[in-house]
Write a protein that binds this ligand. Structure first.
Ligand code: NAP
Length: 249
């Protein structure tokens, strides 16, 4: 069977669970070879074992810029190119400012913003180079949030700030890289049933108590990513806001 991403090489951060795991599966199903980045090696190895030779494990903390660069360079060295970067790794708490731990605020900035910057910085020259190749285009997709578009209630403070920041960064990057045939896009999920929401994080009711129409599956977001990166090269889908049908804010 031929896939729409045959021959392409992708990096997915936060591939050890949730949206990153589903996205890595979906990209491999389309024919891509995917480097799985996250800290939990055991989870990455379980996924790589399922996916076979078109998946590889790179244990990395996205807050460590040197480690991120080494991982991305390793992928390019071993696989020869980089066509698709999915910036997905993320972390969130929703504590009101009066109760918040400053270390938690720093962690959100480090993972959700600095991690995206480090990974993008390491990847960008390889993406522009890949865009000169036979596919004629390369992709950066960042998993933001509804909280990157709207500040949705008390407690969303720093999480929303980090997601607004990546949205601004993504738009600037789009303006810079479009002429070099690199498409830059954002997917902004509403409530998705993942470890993040099941651990009581983010601004949403417990996913286990949400109805089918009130919560997305990780695969719904993976679908959005695949849609973006499989468009004809003239078409750049720059932003997709994907909420559960019943979600209000
Ligand atoms: N779930 C939702 O409702 C929702 C809504 C809007 C946006 N999002 C966004 O979607 C993205 C994925 O989240 P998810 O819902 O799939 O949650 P998840 O299941 O908790 O996944 C988070 C992923 O990020 C990785 N990660 C966290 N810190 C990291 C670090 N320092 N270095 C490397 N990897 C790190 C985790 O891997 P390790 O722990 O193995 O490192 C894990 O693979 C996040 O950016 C999140 O903000 C989620």
């Amino acid at each position: 069977m031929t896939g729409r991403l045959d021959g392409t090489i992708a990096v997915v951060t936060g591939a050890s669970s949730g949206i990153g795991n589903a996205t890595a599966r979906a990209l491999v199903a389309e024919g891509a070879t995917v480097a799985l980045l996250a800290r939990r090696r055991d989870k990455l190895e379980d996924l790589a074992a399922e996916l076979g030779e078109r998946a590889e494990v790179r244990e990395v903390d996205v807050t460590d810029a040197d480690a991120v660069r080494e991982a991305v360079e390793g992928v390019v060295r071993d696989r020869g190119r980089l066509d698709v970067l999915v910036n997905n790794a993320g972390y969130g708490t929703m504590d009101p400012a009066l109760e918040a731990d400053l270390a938690e605020w720093r962690k959100m900035v480090d993972v959700n913003l600095t991690g995206v910057l480090a990974t993008t910085h390491a990847a960008v020259s390889h993406l522009t180079e890949a865009a000169q190749g036979p596919r004629g285009v390369a992709d950066v997709v960042t998993i933001s949030s509804v909280a990157g578009r709207v500040v949705n209630g008390p407690g969303s403070n720093v999480y929303a700030a980090t997601k607004h920041a990546v949205n601004a960064f993504s738009e600037a990057l789009r303006q810079e890289l479009g002429p070099k045939h690199v498409r830059v896009g954002l997917v902004e999920p509403g409530l998705v049933d993942t470890e993040l929401t099941n651990s009581g994080r983010e601004n949403t009711p417990d996913a286990s108590s949400a109805s089918e129409l009130g919560v997305l599956e990780a695969e719904d977001i993976a679908d959005a990513v695949v849609y973006m990166v499989t468009r004809p090269r003239r078409t750049a889908v720059n932003e997709m806001l994907v909420r559960p049908t019943e979600q209000g804010g």
